[in-house]
Write a protein that binds this ligand. Structure first.
Ligand SMILES: NC(=O)c1ccc[n+]([C@@H]2O[C@H](COP(=O)([O-])OP(=O)(O)OC[C@H]3O[C@@H](n4cnc5c(N)ncnc54)[C@H](OP(=O)(O)O)[C@@H]3O)[C@@H](O)[C@H]2O)c1
Length: 240
């Protein structure tokens, strides 16, 4: 059986079967002593083991070659690393594309295809409009053509922001001075002030926290009063 495989393998143009230590056995493998024209050799296998093992190894190698699967462990590792690298690269490219699309939508499309906010009503009401997020909303809504009702605790700060908006965007403004911590009583005042205005948008931004720094609630001074103020300002202002 083994000599059959050897003969079969020897017919391959790519493999030469030989044994380094015992060249005379090479002849006995084929049973012929006369010189033969050698096939073109691209792979040489040196046999240092028994004939059976060599035949079995050669048989497997031949099969791999026939199936195009000739690779070593090293090339396998390189292939795996290459695939892994390609996957990472694809992921990075996908992430970059996603960010570019978002940026395009945020900075280009949003300025090109703007919703006509005035269609909802002429006025926008912004609570907590004298600083931070509220002020930013008020300014942007004015830029987009709405007249603004500004609500806050300080008349001075309200007038300052109102003037800025009027001067920069030429929109009308109206200010309402109320403190949302005072509870339900303030809403009748707000209702009176807004009565004749066509309100299209409400930005209920007003809100407070119990401390300017991180601290346990029960360790803050006047926490009994504070909790009522927080509920009035952050929660009651929403359903009213
Ligand atoms: N900034 C953030 O990182 C962040 C994160 C999550 C949530 N928020 C929420 O977003 C909202 C705005 O945040 P912000 O950072 O822009 O706050 P901010 O800069 O402190 O502005 C708060 C605004 O609310 C007004 N205000 C505060 N207490 C009020 C009261 N009792 N009655 C009436 N007006 C009152 C203030 O005006 P006067 O002082 O002139 O009255 C000011 O205009 C808040 O509700 C906040 O909780 C903010």
């Amino acid at each position: 059986m083994s000599s059959f495989f050897v003969r079969w393998l020897r017919k391959s143009p790519k493999i030469e079967v030989c044994r380094k230590e015992a060249p005379q056995e090479r002849e006995s493998l084929t049973g012929k002593k006369k010189k033969k024209k050698q096939p073109k050799i691209t792979t040489v296998i040196l046999l240092h083991v028994t004939q059976e093992k060599a035949v079995s190894k050669l048989f497997h190698i031949q099969l791999k070659m026939l199936l195009g699967l000739e690779f070593s462990r090293k090339t396998l590792l390189t292939d795996v690393l290459a695939v892994f690298g390609l996957l990472i690269l694809a992921l990075c490219l996908l992430k970059l594309t996603w960010k570019c699309c978002r940026g395009f939508r945020q900075y280009v499309l949003s300025s090109l295809c703007q919703v006509n906010l005035r269609a909802y009503g002429q006025w926008a009401v912004v609570t907590g409009a004298t600083s931070g997020i509220g002020k930013a909303y008020a300014t942007e809504l004015a830029r987009r053509g709405l007249d603004i009702v500004l609500i806050g605790r300080s008349d001075e700060r309200l007038q300052k922001v109102a003037k800025q908006i009027e001067n920069k965007y030429g929109r009308k403004t109206h200010t309402i001075k109320v403190d949302f911590t005072e509870g339900a009583s303030i809403y009748s005042t707000i209702a009176k002030e807004l009565h004749d205005l066509e309100i299209g948008i409400l930005v209920n931004n007003v809100g407070m926290i119990c401390n300017d720094h991180f601290a346990y609630f029960l360790e803050t001074s006047n926490h009994g009063e504070k909790i009522t103020e927080i509920i009035n300002c952050n929660i009651l202002s929403v359903p009213q």
